[in-house]
Design a protein around this ligand. Structure first.
Ligand code: F6P
Length: 328
């Protein structure tokens, strides 16, 4: 049995995601509910190293459930990857009498937590927060749903101009290593083709598919491309290639970029963040550590942090099939 937890630190790390504030709020309020102190750590692991902390009471997190970004700021810390950096972090945690940490972020965040836990036996629970949805051990990460809605809304607008000019649009969405955003938003926005890192569609098949679209009477089309798609060309090279090989198309490119990470979180993300935040605190108070909380089949469930990092969240291939059928 570990020592009694009296003070919990909470931080956000890695790329921000809409709903991180709702998760912070849930952690702070759950601490307050269980009469445990809560401390916010600014700028992720860098804030741990610098001792950049603030006491957070239930009222400190008023009016943030609807806000995008993270009030605790976020960073990717190189120094935390060093033993010296982690030693400084541990010292600050000890000085501030923090007994445990809730880590909100993605793969990198959990890897840091695992290393830290192994070195100092410091209780850590992870909450998956990233728009990419690429974490094993949860069907949804906080921010994914909001990002999808943002992408679909923007592609709807692109569709208006694409159809007015009879153009083919290549729309690049985020997902350096994962195609969840591209695949789901692509189906939701009615894309002609969806190019993702998990599947090498090949240039020939893309050209063939676009030719078929023209023959079937389509006047405009949208191809959604994930940042890290497998064909290996960036979205501009891809567009040039298609324009050179299919003279009948007038092609345009739109890179959506970081707007996908902003905005007020959807209701789904707020509810998810609230459930996971409460569960993270309860697990720590129950003496648990080195776990990630996630949502599996609409139940809050835990996965070993190591499995969450090493496991692979696979894309839903049924969506690829649906997309193929829809683009007839
Ligand atoms: O949040 C995840 C992610 O959006 C990736 O899809 C993307 O490649 C990356 O972050 C870019 O993040 P940054 O510009 O912060 O390095």
């Amino acid at each position: 049995m570990g020592k009694k937890i009296k003070k919990i630190g909470v931080m956000t790390s890695g790329g921000d995601a809409p709903g991180m504030n709702a998760a912070i709020r849930a952690v702070v309020r759950a601490c307050s509910y269980y009469n445990v102190d809560c401390i916010g750590v600014y700028r992720g692991y860098q804030g741990l190293i610098d001792g950049d902390f603030e006491n957070l009471s239930a009222r400190h997190v008023s009016n943030i459930i609807n806000r995008g970004g993270t009030i605790l700021k976020t960073a990717r810390s190189k120094e935390f990857k060093t033993k010296e950096g982690r030693a400084k972090a541990y010292q600050h945690l000890k000085n501030a009498k923090i007994d445990a940490l809730v880590l909100i972020g993605g793969d990198g965040t959990f890897t840091g937590g695992m290393v830290f836990n192994n070195e100092y036996n410091f209780p850590c629970i992870g909450i998956p927060g990233t728009i990419d949805n690429d974490i094993f051990g949860t069907n949804y990460t906080i921010g994914f749903d909001t990002a999808l809605n943002t992408v679909v809304e923007v592609i709807d607008k692109i569709r208006d101009t694409a159809s007015s000019h009879n153009r083919l649009f290549f729309v690049e969405v985020m997902g350096r290593d994962a195609g969840f955003i591209a695949l789901n938003a692509g189906v939701g926005a009615g894309a002609e083709e969806i190019l993702i890192p998990e599947e090498d569609m090949g240039l020939d098949r893309l050209l063939e598919s676009l030719k078929r679209s023209k023959r079937s009477g389509k006047s405009s089309s949208i191809v959604v491309v994930a940042e890290g798609d497998k064909i290996g060309k960036n979205v501009f090279e891809l567009a040039n290639y298609v324009e050179e090989n299919l003279k009948q198309y007038e092609v345009r490119v739109s890179v959506l970029g970081h707007m996908q990470r902003g905005g007020s979180p959807s209701c789904f993300d707020r509810v998810l963040a609230s459930r996971l935040g409460v569960s993270a605190v309860e697990l720590l108070l129950d003496g648990k550590t080195n776990l990630m909380v996630g949502l599996i089949n609409n139940k809050v469930q835990t996965t070993d942090m190591e499995k969450a990092v090493k496991g692979h969240h696979t894309i839903n291939r049924e969506l690829l099939r649906v997309s193929d059928i829809m683009s007839i």
